[in-house]
Design a binder for this molecule. Structure first.
Ligand SMILES: Nc1ncnc2c1ncn2[C@@H]1O[C@H](COP(=O)(O)OP(=O)(O)OP(=O)(O)O)[C@@H](O)[C@H]1O
Length: 797
């Protein structure tokens, strides 16, 4: 299988050899021609999902049960062929124009696309009674070039997607070899009882306008792409299993199958036989939907090579090309495997793997078409993923380079194919809008290796001077004597004598000439011999060089092969890495999703916490408010009590000396606080607001005033009333408490905080004499005096 040949050709004057010199961007373009063929329904009144509206428009409608849910969708094609259209009409409309292009040196691609069992193989191959596109193409081609063909093996594939011309003797040798081989195989066929060959009736169609000045040779190859691997169906290497082939790019960046067998065929029968050989090797399988389903994509390739004797120049006149040129064109007929839904086919195991590979490659084809269309419509520059599948990689040149592309969409209108037909129609719709460059005739120069036997000259022969033949003169004439006439006899004898005399005179000169020539000849012989020896030596050297060159070329070939394999492996690795990248991207996406989910969760928790906090703060505030109210209530109660104490004190005529208020700005707060400790027995409990009895009693008590610090002068109104007292700063001697007159003890402590609040605490106690002669101090009251500065200035204490 070889890809279309394109690109400028070295060594040829363009104006003489190519018909167009426009740049790629200016090249005229053609859309992909998309045709549609409808397969006959099993029964005429079976429900159909297709309605033909016009020769170019059809509508696809859903089967009856879900019809209400969706509307009919219309699709446009270049031409629609109804079930009544026969194979010949299909050939004439679809393949004939491509054959014409082939004859004029342009490339063409024709492929069938559709759901499994929709009639792709039937359209392309047909059967013995009703041949399809492929056999008709071969017939028509050979009917056209019949007597203008080259002798076999004059043109030979160079195994690098190009062709070369062999000399007559090499070609004859190759023909002999083939003849012997075919005789041998014929014998073995006869012995083995080979299968009868299939033939069909050639309808004698021809293509008009063949250039009778050119010589033609046809080469065919047949490959299949099975599970994304390329195989040569005509492989003659006697291997039991077909070896996979790699795809390579030639010097003009055309894709081709490396080492594929291209067989030169001289008749339609030969070509069709080869097709049958390949067909037997093609992977077919039985599926639920088709008893003979193609499990691979198959590509039958016809390459036409023309030895161009005359060319048309830009004015349309015929001219003789300046150098030998070949015109190479090809037509690829592709039978794609059918797209299928596994749920319908119920495939398992190998069939399932095949189906997934088929669907993947068709998916890649669709993606390529979509991106191509996007690039063309929107001037985008997206990378077309040809490399994702062998199928698309092989046909890359058709979509990127030159060549007319025809696509036959095969449709089974049966209702159960509705869903799959929808996908097929969408693909057809996309393909219809993709444009490819219009095909152009391309020419390749070649060097003819013809060695004409008549023209063989040794280098010496040209040096040898042309010498006149050596003749001994004068020649002796033939004489006739008339014996009856003595006089005439005498005259003749006299003439003869003269001649003999002259010959005798010439004899020495002739002798000399002979000797000279002999010497010259000898010299020449020696020279020739010498040259011969040199030539032999040279030939030996040349042979050595040739051998080395061959060796080198073999090494290069091996290297190239290895590199190609490496390249293939790298491409595979790249594919794998792409997959890894895809998977990693998926993982990253998943992780991103997780992170986002976590962030969301965190935010939710934070909001919950804020709400909780607010709630808690409200509760604390409420609690504090309640406590404050409670304290205020207690304060009110205490104030009432204080007021009552005051009234009592006023009644008892206790004079409280007014204390001069030094700072009018100072507010005075006096607080009598009863400790909230559990109540002590009543005889120890003497508070500042206890009854008048205690007050009057205490008036006579002697106090032991214990100032732990030097108290600050408060200058307050209320002062502890201790008329009789002894002041100490340190309780160090026992006699201080053992004095029986002292019955009261008061410890004075003062504290100031940073905001200027000064608090004086009086811890009051009874001094009780113990029976052991000691004394016990029992605390029973605390008086607190708080003094606040309205300015809040801290006081020095
Ligand atoms: N237009 C037609 N007229 C008559 N018979 C047809 C037509 N199209 C298809 N058939 C028949 O339908 C059957 C399936 O067709 P075919 O094998 O060509 O399908 P396919 O699309 O190549 O399937 P697969 O993708 O599975 O290889 C065959 O028996 C074929 O003869």
């Amino acid at each position: 299988m070889h890809a279309p040949t394109k690109g400028a050709v070295k060594g040829i004057r363009r104006e003489k050899t190519t018909l167009s010199s426009s740049s790629d961007s200016e090249k005229p373009q053609d859309p992909v021609h998309v045709f549609c063929r409808l397969k006959p329904l099993k029964e005429e009144d079976d429900p159909s999902c297709i309605k033909v509206i016009s020769p170019t428009i059809l509508s696809l409608s859903s089967p009856t049960e879900i019809k209400a849910a969706r509307d009919d969708i219309q699709y446009i094609f270049k031409q629609i062929f109804t079930p009544r259209t026969n194979q010949k009409e299909i050939f004439q409309h679809i393949a004939y124009p491509l054959l014409k292009d082939l004859m004029s040196g342009k490339n063409g691609l024709l492929f069938t696309y559709g759901v499994t069992g929709s009639g792709k193989t039937y359209t392309l191959t047909g059967n013995q009674n009703d041949p399809g596109i492929m056999p008709r193409c071969i017939d028509t081609l050979f009917n056209t070039i019949d007597k203008y063909q080259t002798k076999k093996f004059i043109i030979k594939s160079d195994k690098m997607n190009g062709f070369e011309i062999l000399c007559d003797s090499d070609a004859a040798e190759a023909r002999n070899l083939e003849y012997k081989m075919s005789a041998r195989s014929l014998k073995s066929e006869k012995r083995g009882g080979a299968e009868p060959k299939q033939f069909y009736v050639n309808e004698g169609m021809k293509i008009d306008g063949v250039n009778e000045n050119n010589l033609y040779a046809v080469f065919v190859s047949y490959i299949e792409i099975y599970n994304n691997t390329v195989y040569d169906l005509l492989d003659d290497s006697n291997n039991k299993v077909l070896q996979s082939k790699i795809l390579r790019e030639d010097a003009q960046r055309n894709m081709y199958v490396n080492n594929v067998l291209e067989v030169e065929v001289k008749s339609a029968v030969e070509a069709y036989e080869l097709f049958n050989v390949g067909q037997k090797r093609k992977r077919m399988g039985h599926t639920v939907l088709n008893s003979e389903s193609s499990r691979s994509h198959s590509i039958f390739n016809i390459r036409l090579v023309q030895i161009v004797q005359q060319l048309q120049n830009s004015e349309g006149n015929l001219v003789i090309p300046e150098c030998n040129v070949l015109k190479i064109s090809q037509l690829s007929l592709v039978d794609l495997a059918g797209s299928e839904r596994c749920s319908r086919t119920k495939n398992t195991g190998l069939r399932l793997k095949e189906a997934s590979n088929i669907n993947n490659s068709l998916m890649t084809l669709r993606t390529c078409m979509e991106i191509l269309r996007d690039n063309q419509l929107n001037n985008a520059n997206r990378l077309v993923p040809y490399r994702d599948s062998r199928l698309t990689l092989l046909f890359k040149n058709y979509f990127e380079g030159e060549g007319c592309v025809h696509m036959m969409v095969c449709i089974n209108p049966a209702g159960e194919d509705y869903e799959e037909n929808q996908h097929v129609m969408k693909f057809a719709e996309i393909s219809r809008t993709v444009k490819v460059n219009k095909g152009e005739s391309r020419y390749t120069p070649y060097r003819k290796k013809v060695i004409s036997k008549t023209a063989v000259h040794t280098p010496l022969s040209s040096k040898v001077p042309i010498v006149a033949p050596l003749v001994f003169t004068p020649q002796i004439p033939s004489v006739k004597l008339d014996l009856e006439n003595f006089e005439s006899c005498d005259a003749v004898v006299t003439r003869l004598l003269k001649i003999l005399k002259a010959r005798k005179d010439n004899m020495f000169a002739f002798d000399r000439e002979v000797t000279t020539r002999e010497q010259n000849f000898r010299k020449q012989l020696i020279e020739i011999n010498h040259e011969n020896v040199i030539s032999k030596h040279e030939i030996r050297n040349m042979k050595m060089i040739l051998k080395q060159a061959k060796h080198r070329s073999q090494n290069y070939e091996t290297k190239v092969l290895n590199l190609a394999t490496d390249n293939e492996n790298l491409a595979l690795k790249a594919d794998e890495l792409q997959n890894v990248i895809r998977n990693l991207k998926c993982t990253i996406d998943e992780k991103d999703l997780k992170i986002n989910r976590n962030l969301l969760e965190k935010e939710r928790t934070r909001q919950k916490f804020v709400i909780e906090k607010e709630k808690h703060n409200q509760e604390v505030d409420e609690h504090l408010r309640r406590q404050r109210e409670e304290l205020e209530n207690q304060m009110q109660v205490k104030e009432i009590k204080l007021r009552k104490v005051k009234e009592i004190l006023e009644k008892d005529d206790i004079i409280i000396e007014p204390i001069k208020v030094e700072n009018e700005m100072q507010t005075l707060e006096m607080e009598f606080e009863t400790p909230k400790t559990p109540k002590t027995p009543s005889h120890h409990r003497n508070t500042a607001i206890s009854g008048s009895r205690r007050r009057s009693r205490s008036a006579g008590d002697v106090w032991l005033e214990h100032n732990a610090v030097v108290p600050t002068e408060l200058g307050t109104v209320f002062q502890p009333s201790m008329k009789k007292r002894k002041s100490i700063t340190k309780l160090s001697k026992a006699s201080d408490v053992l004095n029986p007159k002292q019955s009261k003890y008061c410890l004075i402590a003062q504290e100031a905080d940073t905001e200027g609040v000064l608090e004086t605490k009086l811890y009051k106690a009874d001094i009780v004499q113990t029976c052991g002669g000691g004394a016990q101090i029992i605390f029973n009251d605390v008086e607190r005096l708080r003094q606040e500065s309205p300015t809040g200035t801290p006081r020095n204490t």
